[in-house]
Design a protein around this ligand. Structure first.
Ligand code: UD1
Length: 364
């Protein structure tokens, strides 16, 4: 039996194609466990519906807490589940706290572990995700990487070549599958998103949730004033993550006629909005990849990225926390000076099939 463990929003679009690819291969019993790290409808359930993910067999309902509390709770609750169900293989995704917690439990119980999206490194150990990535990769038995840089990082860290498999990007599998549906929904809804009329190519899409950007109110204030400047040139649409919402409320930031702070969006609406944005400004990891695939300009408000291929090959530009740089690059793009990118190798919609194939042979 194969047990998939997911917990937070960016896990869901990665797990969906892998579950589907394994379902197509006879003989695999599968189980899906949700740790409950994300629990709001808009952060979790809507993704299950839109991605055709089966309802989780179990929800551990760990909820929010400090990183230690969240990781420890997940470990405690997961241990008894894995002891009861005795999976032959556990699959974890990405770099969230749930990923590391599950990886550690598997290591303690000697259960084989596969990590999807292995090998990514920002080389910034102040990021919680970097610690999650490093430790998960150290204990994984099968490491599925999205790009060559992932293989190089793992080999440098002493991971055996035999465990590493370059399969491409499973997140892009989901984009390839659902982009047509997202664009149909967009037409049907007359490009209305939460009462905001979004015209093709006439808005800037923003997401921000990294602790490094939103936890310090001074940093958040300066980013928000730069975004407010940009909104004088072009309408800004900003679906706000719950942790960012708490901080913006504390600052008293509210929407106006050209700067729209809206609720988090479901997968399909957000994908369509990305596709037709003039520019995306983000600190997310996955959005750097999705914009590269869609050929949409992306400015990333971070000093580093664990996804360097989006900069070297794709449409991404790192602007750091330098708001002057953010404004210069944003105005250049809005005035038509756009960095051309291409789609990295194996970001082709078939990564999950490659993973399933490797698992078939691994088991044999
Ligand atoms: C987590 C991941 C991050 C990922 C992000 C995507 C870690 C370390 N971080 O960050 O890598 O990019 O998810 O969204 O795992 N909250 C709600 N409702 C929810 C979930 C969270 O209100 O459904 C609020 C709570 O106040 C919570 C805060 O958001 O304390 C942060 O949630 P948490 O899961 O700790 O981290 P994220 O910032 O979401």
């Amino acid at each position: 039996m194969i047990c998939h463990i997911v917990g937070a929003r960016p896990n869901f679009m990665k797990a969906a194609p892998v579950l589907a690819a394994l379902r197509e291969r006879a003989g695999f019993r599968q189980m899906l466990v949700h740790t409950g790290q994300h629990y709001d409808y808009a952060m979790s359930e809507v993704f299950f519906q839109q991605l055709d993910l089966p309802a989780p067999d179990l929800n551990l309902e760990v909820g929010s807490g400090t990183h230690t509390a969240q990781t420890a709770q997940t470990m405690l609750r997961l241990e008894s589940v894995l002891l009861d169900h005795k999976p032959d293989l556990v699959i974890v995704y990405g770099d969230v706290n749930s990923t590391l917690a599950a990886a550690l439990v598997c290591a303690k119980l000697n259960i084989p572990l596969a990590h999807v999206e292995a090998g990514l490194r920002s080389f910034d150990r102040t990021m919680p995700e970097e610690i999650n990535r490093l430790l998960t990769d150290q204990v994984a038995d099968l490491l599925f990487t999205p790009s060559e840089d992932g293989n190089a990082n793992l080999l440098r860290e002493g991971v055996s070549q035999a465990k590493i498999h370059l399969v491409g990007n499973v997140m892009i599998d989901t984009v390839v599958r659902l982009l047509p549906l997202a664009l149909q929904k967009w037409q049907r809804d007359h490009m209305l998103v939460q009462d905001i009329q979004a015209e093709k190519g006439r808005y800037v899409l923003v997401t921000l949730h990294r602790p490094s950007n939103v936890d310090n109110l001074e940093t958040l204030c300066s980013v928000m004033s730069a975004l407010s400047e940009i909104s004088k040139e072009m309408r800004v649409i900003f679906p706000v993550h719950p942790r960012t919402r708490q901080k913006l409320d504390a600052l008293g930031v509210v929407s106006n006629s050209s700067f729209h702070l809206i609720e988090p969006l479901g997968y399909l609406d957000f994908l369509a909005l990305q596709r037709y944005a003039a520019l995306v400004i983000t600190d997310s990891g996955g959005i750097q990849e999705e914009t590269t695939f869609l050929g949409v300009p992306c400015l990333t408000i971070r000093e580093n990225t664990e996804r360097p291929i989006t900069v070297t090959v794709g449409t991404n530009i790192l602007v750091g926390q330098n708001t002057e740089r953010l404004l210069t690059e944003a105005y250049a793009i809005l005035n038509g000076r756009i960095k051309q990118g291409s789609v990295p190798p194996l970001w082709d919609g078939h990564a999950a099939e490659r993973i399933a194939e490797i698992i078939v042979h691994w088991r044999a």
